[in-house]
Ligand binder design. Structure first.
Ligand SMILES: Nc1ncnc2c1ncn2[C@@H]1O[C@H](COP(=O)(O)OP(=O)(O)O)[C@@H](O)[C@H]1O
Ligand SMILES: [Mg+2]
Length: 262
C-alpha cells in the first residue's frame, strides 16, 4: 500500500531519458519529476528537444535510454493505458477540414468511447467556455488558425484526461483566447489535472506555469519557479542569462535583466 502511494505522488517521472536521431542528440539524459496538479513549462529555443520530450512522455517516441512513468504506469509496459489518461495537443495538429467543428468533436468523443450524453454535455461546455458558440456548425476549413487551435484543445480535454501534454498550445491564439485557455488550465489544475506544456516564449511560460524547465541542446539546464530561475540567472557565469537572452531574441543584456528583476 505504501509503495503504491509513493508511486502516485508524481504525475510524470522521467529518469535518464535520451533520444538520438542519427548523429543529432534531440534529448540527453533528462530527469524530470512533475507533481499532480502542477503546470510545468518546457521552455527553450527551437530545436532544444521540447517536442521530443513531450512525445516520449506520450509514448509516441521511444527513448533510447531511461524510463518514463506516467501516473504510476510505465509507458513502455502499458502504452495504451497511458494514452487513455493523457490529452495531447501536438505542435502541428492534423484536423479534418471537411468536417464542422461539432462533427470533429463528436467523432473525437466516439474515438474515446464517451457516452453520448456526456459527450454532448462536454462539447457544449467547452464550445461555450472557449467562445466558439455559433460557429461550431461551420466547416473547419472556414475557421481562423486560432479557432482551429481551440477545437484541437477541446478535443484533447473532452475525455477528462489526468495529464495534459500541450506542445506550443498558444500559437495562433489571440490574447483573449490565450487568457481563457490559461484560466481553464488553472481550473483543471485545482482539480488535480497536471499540465506539461512547451513554449519558446519566456512570457508565456512565466504567465502560465508553476515551474519552468529550461531546455537547451537537448539538455534540461534548470528547473524551478520563475523566481528561482531569475536568481540563478543573476549568478556570475550563469548560462541562464544567455538563454533568457536568446529566448527573448535581443542582443542587449540590460533591458532583459531589468525585465527579469520585475
Ligand atoms: N523525427 C526526427 N528526425 C530527425 N531529427 C529530429 C526528429 N525530431 C526532432 N529531430 C531533431 O531533434 C532536435 C530536437 O527537436 P525538437 O524536439 O522538435 O525540439 P523543439 O520542440 O524544442 O523545437 C532538433 O535538432 C531536431 O531537428
Ligand atoms: Mg517543438
Amino acid at each position: 500500500m505504501e509503495l503504491e502511494a509513493s508511486v502516485h505522488l508524481h504525475a510524470v517521472k522521467l529518469m535518464g531519458v535520451s533520444k538520438r536521431y542519427g548523429n543529432v542528440t534531440a534529448v540527453e539524459y533528462i530527469d524530470l519529476e512533475v507533481g499532480k496538479g502542477e503546470i510545468v513549462g518546457l521552455l527553450g529555443p527551437n530545436g532544444s528537444g521540447k517536442s521530443t520530450t513531450i512525445k516520449m512522455i506520450l509514448g509516441l517516441v521511444k527513448p533510447d535510454t531511461g524510463s518514463v512513468n506516467v501516473l504510476g504506469i510505465n509507458v513502455k509496459e502499458d502504452p495504451i493505458g497511458v494514452k487513455r489518461k493523457i490529452g495531447y495537443v501536438p505542435e502541428s495538429p492534423r484536423i479534418y477540414e471537411f468536417l464542422t467543428g461539432l462533427e470533429f468533436l463528436d467523432f473525437t468523443g466516439d474515438v474515446y468511447g464517451m457516452a453520448p450524453d456526456e459527450k454532448k454535455k462536454r462539447i457544449e461546455e467547452f464550445v461555450k467556455a472557449l467562445d466558439l458558440e455559433g460557429r461550431e456548425g461551420d466547416m473547419i476549413s472556414s475557421y481562423s488558425e486560432g479557432m482551429k487551435q481551440k477545437v484541437v484543445i477541446i478535443s484533447a480535454l473532452m475525455h477528462k484526461p489526468q495529464l495534459l501534454l500541450l506542445d506550443e498550445p498558444l500559437s495562433g491564439l489571440d490574447p483573449k483566447s490565450a487568457r481563457i485557455v490559461k484560466d481553464l488550465l488553472r481550473e483543471l489544475a485545482s482539480q488535480g489535472v497536471t499540465t506539461i506544456m512547451s513554449t519558446h516564449v519566456l512570457e508565456i511560460a512565466q504567465a502560465m506555469c508553476d515551474r519552468i524547465a529550461i531546455m537547451y541542446n537537448g539538455r534540461l539546464l534548470a528547473l524551478g519557479t520563475m523566481q528561482e530561475l531569475r536568481e540563478k540567472a543573476m549568478m556570475p557565469e550563469s548560462r541562464l542569462e544567455d538563454i533568457f537572452l536568446k529566448l527573448t531574441g535581443t542582443g542587449d543584456v540590460k533591458p532583459i535583466v531589468e525585465a527579469l528583476m520585475k
